[in-house]
Design a protein around this ligand. Sequence first.
Ligand SMILES: [Zn+2]
Length: 177
Amino acid sequence: MFRVGIGTDRHRLVFGRKLIIGGVHVENAKGAYGHSDADVLAHAIIDALLGAAGMGDIGYHFPDNDPKWKDADSMALMAQSVGILRRAGFEIINIDASVHLEQPKLGALKIQMAKNVAETLNIPRNAVNIKAKTGEGCDSVGKGEAIEATAIAMVKFDEAILEAEVLKRGNKVTLEP
Ligand SMILES: [Zn+2]
């Protein structure tokens, strides 16, 4: 059974913060404000994955009021999300995502982001596509006040994965988030 999920995210751009996108440190005067490392692309992809599996959202699994996730590496949270999906019997098929940012231009960095995501999700490099869009000077993205990301994920439920996980863990796996 194939299922899809969508994820969106937005962070304010402020001085004095790093700009981390898909695990890549992008040189820029402003960075994304947030409790974790504020990796907007990672957050959108995590939400798309959890959504596809019907397992809630990033805020449920990694609450932003929990000191544990302060300045957290969002790619590590993505890796943990893979485990959450696997324990429920899901494998990840592909990811398509767009980053909305006025500047700087991401150019070849998109390739590095896609590589990071593919490695973290343990799927083929060509199963991850990252696009970049500007805000055309309009709204918060266009005025350089925010960065946004949109992602879609396809996953597949496989009884064999669920059974293997049950065997490995030695107890019943629940689909409750
Ligand atoms: Zn976020």
